[in-house]
Design a protein around this ligand. Structure first.
Ligand code: UD1
Ligand code: MG
Length: 432
């Protein structure tokens, strides 16, 4: 982009309409928070400055954003709006932090997580020499949203908030998406002249846009190609709708990469999951951020993969299996009713139905190491930390006591498990 860019993200509101105690901008959406998603869309535009406006539960929001966006932006700046008096007031406060900045000011609302970088890029390009450009859309349901006002020649003249609309204005189906690119030098004086002339007694950012038109400028508008991009979250119903849209985006990307998702309507995969081609995902899985799944794997039905889980190529996780921070070696299998926590499972190991790694002693989590080609009998409980060697075997229902070291090829049985014998291995089969 030709001009320096500053991003302002508005995240100070209480989110009263959600009726939950968590700040609205921290509501979860496929492994990210709402504000994190909105900010991530701006990252590829390489903003020189990023200012986040906070107030309600500001320490919590600041901590969450700082942690989740570390490494994405050079530096995030946080400003406290004080008691929030509207979106215009929030931008006034942000512009104090940007007093020495000249260039494009891109304003995004922290409750609009589905916006894409491409649309934001086009919005900034569209501004040209105008004081501002505005993103609009034609959603199926405009309830609660600001309506776009146009003159007889279809020129943009302003934005009217739902609560301030006449009946005729409520019938307008073009709405304000909540994304604007301003010329910093035009924005500053326009903000200074804002007045709370509306039903809510707030300073509306939307009124700033109208003042440019009143002073004779043309304000170009960009219509979002896909109305789902502008989905704002004001209630938990909105959140559920936004989640479905975001989930669809994530799944489409995996499908395009050759991941066989049998039923996308019954599959939960967060952001930040890698999956290799030719892997099959059966219905009902929940796969969290930070999982890495190789090629030719199989997951599900009804499996739960949590952060830090790695499936090497050809590994299989079946029904009612939960894996947390667990590495399954190539071709290893855990097909039924199992919990693997903090476990390292060797290649081609077979984890029998109902196996549990008891990784938590109430204070600390401990690791379980299971060797290559090991065979755990159904209902084995391995109390961690423990080690099971390559080609070792446990009998059905074995309880492997904490601190056990089962040697290679040893067969252990019983409660607690004891050494029974050394295992005879069949000669490796030749592949046809
Ligand atoms: C806003 C727009 C509306 C648009 C809609 C799109 C205004 C006046 N209205 O309405 O035209 O159709 O978004 O989703 O801008 N915030 C602050 N400080 C404040 C008030 C709000 O930081 O004083 C933040 C909120 O945390 C939120 C964002 O700004 O992330 C938008 O505020 P919200 O109250 O949700 O505005 P809407 O009613 O959705
Ligand atoms: Mg909103």
């Amino acid at each position: 982009m030709s001009r320096p860019l500053a991003v302002i993200c508005l995240a100070a509101g209480l989110g009263k309409r959600t009726k939950v105690s968590l700040p609205k901008v921290l509501l979860p959406l496929c492994g990210r928070t709402l504000a994190q998603s909105a900010l991530l869309a701006t990252a590829p535009l390489e903003p020189a400055r990023v200012v986040v406006v906070l107030h309600h539960q500001k320490d919590k929001v600041q901590k969450a954003l700082t942690e989740s966006l570390a490494g994405t932006f050079g530096r995030l700046e946080f400003v406290d709006q004080g008691a929030p008096k509207g979106t215009g007031h929030a931008v006034q406060v942000a512009m104090q932090a940007l007093a020495d900045f000249r260039g494009d000011v891109l304003v995004v609302y922290g409750d609009c997580p589905l916006i894409t970088t491409q649309t934001l890029y086009e919005l900034c390009e569209l501004r040209g020499d105008a004081p501002c450009s505005v993103l609009t859309a034609f959603p199926e349901d405009a309830t609660g949203l600001g309506r776009i006002l146009r003159d007889d020649d279809e020129r943009f003249i302003g934005i009217r908030e739902h609560k301030d609309c006449s009946d005729d204005e409520l019938a307008i189906d073009e709405i304000n998406a909540g994304f604007y690119c301003f010329d910093s030098e035009a924005l500053r004086p326009a903000l200074a002249s804002l007045k709370p002339n509306n039903a809510q007694g707030e300073l509306y950012l939307t009124d700033v846009v109208a003042t440019f038109v009143q002073r004779g400028a043309e304000v170009p508008t960009l219509q979002a190609e896909d109305a789902s991009e502008i989905t704002g979250v004001n209630s938990l119903v909105d959140l559920a709708l936004a989640r479905a849209l975001m989930q669809e985006r994530i799944l489409w990307e995996h499908l395009q990469n050759g991941v066989l998702i049998v039923d996308p309507s019954a599959t939960w995969i967060d952001h930040g999951v890698t999956i290799g081609a030719d892997t099959k995902i059966l219905p009902g899985p929940v796969i969290g951020t930070g999982c890495a799944i190789g090629s030719h794997c199989e997951v599900g039905p009804f499996a739960h993969l949590r952060a830090g889980t790695v499936l090497e190529d050809g590994a299989e996780i079946g029904n009612f299996v939960e894996a947390k921070k667990t590495r399954m070696g190539a071709g290893a299998k855990a097909k039924h009713l199992t919990y693997l926590g903090d476990a390292v499972v060797g290649a081609k190991a077979n984890i029998g139905a109902g196996t549990i790694t008891a990784n938590y002693d109430g204070v600390h989590k401990h690791e379980t190491r299971i060797g290559a080609r090991a065979f755990l009998g159904s209902g084995t409980v391995v109390v961690a930390p423990s080690e099971i060697g390559d080609d070792a075997m446990t009998g059905a229902g074995a309880i492997v006591k904490r601190g056990s070291k089962i040697g290679p090829r040893e067969v252990w049985v019983g409660v607690p498990a004891r050494l029974l014998k050394q295992r005879e291995l069949a000669p490796a089969k030749e592949k046809a």
